[in-house]
Design a protein around this ligand. Structure first.
Ligand SMILES: [Zn+2]
Ligand SMILES: [Zn+2]
Length: 347
């Protein structure tokens, strides 16, 4: 079978490689991939940012996907051939201190599908059954490919933020995690504004508006005036930084109210800023990383109920056969959540 792999440590460098159909181990299911999304971290691999130095190349990428079980190992008990599934791609070891105390999202030895071993931009993947989730009949297979990024946002909003009804919420960054965060914060009762920069004016901010959010373009608009108007001069109760940009945290500090909360989700390289304003305003600085079983479970229901509008959100214009187009468009902000039809690669 063919898989789309990162082949060397430079920008782009994505090529098809030949792989044997995997043999599932006793505790694994063999999954035939139907749909797979393109994530900010996949774009990070495409551009080859330093976080991915550890990758052993070539590696087939892709970690957010839906598929069907086509074969099961002898010890598999929860899944049968024909079951529709999604994978939790960040796998805890089950053995370290964090895994023992129920914090497998920050496992000391976590491995990530599509980074540390071959991922979903190919026909078949072999997955331990403990990393699989069943997809309810009522959730479309294409929409199920969005469960993984939804789970990241669900953890940030539901587990790690204090957003509740009536809160004024700012989401910095209209990328995939930003717009999922906005939708879930809205479901929690927050009044959500989404901010972006110049290049977001073309696709991502209009998409945010289509999803029902007010937006602000920090390159063109008067952000301070908007904050005054939206929050009566008080500042936002909760600010989510999903930008992954060094300016994200300093601007969150400008926007949040005294006693408010900043939730960091995007990963920035580095930033320097005075922290006295944080202390003196008693800002609650909270981080959120990855997701766990419960976040996946909730995400399937959020998509099922339409709280997350998968149909509007996903972008099916791109093909894995010309994946560079999707990656370049993603990096330029001309798409938000490309979802590939992986059956194009099926033999
Ligand atoms: Zn992802
Ligand atoms: Zn562990």
């Amino acid at each position: 079978m063919r898989g789309l792999a990162k082949v060397n440590r430079s920008h782009g460098a994505m090529e098809f490689v030949d792989r044997d159909r995997p043999e599932p181990a006793a505790d694994e299911a063999l999954v035939e991939v139907d749909y797979a999304g393109l994530c900010g971290s996949d774009a990070g691999i495409y551009e080859f940012e330093s976080a991915f130095e550890r990758m052993d190349l070539p590696t087939v990428i892709g970690h957010e996907y839906s598929g069907r079980v086509v074969e099961v190992g002898d010890a598999v008990t929860k899944f049968d051939v024909g079951d529709r599934v999604v994978e939790r791609p960040i796998r805890g070891c089950g053995d370290c201190y964090q895994c023992e105390i129920g914090e497998s999202n920050v496992c000391q030895n976590a491995v990530i599908t599509g980074v540390d071993h071959d991922g979903a931009y190919e026909q078949f993947v072999a997955v331990p059954e403990r990393a699989l989730h069943p997809v309810p009949d009522s959730v479309e297979q294409q929409h199920a490919a969005m469960v993984e990024p939804t789970s990241i946002a669900a953890r940030a909003v539901i587990e790690n933020s204090r957003v509740s009804a009536g809160d004024r919420v700012l989401v910095e960054g209209p990328g995939p995690i930003g717009l999922l965060t906005a939708q879930i914060a809205d479901t929690q009762g927050g009044k959500v504004l989404v901010s972006g920069v110049g290049q977001d004016a073309e696709y991502r901010l209009p998409l945010a508006e289509e999803l029902g959010f007010e937006t602000v373009n920090v390159t063109e608009d008067d952000v301070a005036a908007r904050r005054e108007a939206v929050t009566d001069g008080v500042g936002y109760d909760v600010v989510f930084d999903t930008t992954g940009h060094p300016s994200g945290l300093p601007s969150a500090v400008d926007e949040v109210r005294k006693g408010g909360q900043i939730v960091l989700i995007g990963q920035t390289g580095e930033t320097t800023m005075p922290y006295s304003p944080l202390v003196r305003s008693e800002i609650d600085l909270q981080c959120s990383y990855a997701s766990m079983y419960d976040d996946f479970d909730r995400s399937l229901r959020l998509i099922d109920r339409g709280d997350v509008d998968a149909e509007t959100f996903l972008d099916d214009r791109f093909s894995l056969l010309a994946a560079d187009e999707a990656f370049e468009a993603f990096v330029a902000g001309q798409t938000c959540k490309p979802v590939f039809d992986v059956s194009e690669l099926h033999d």
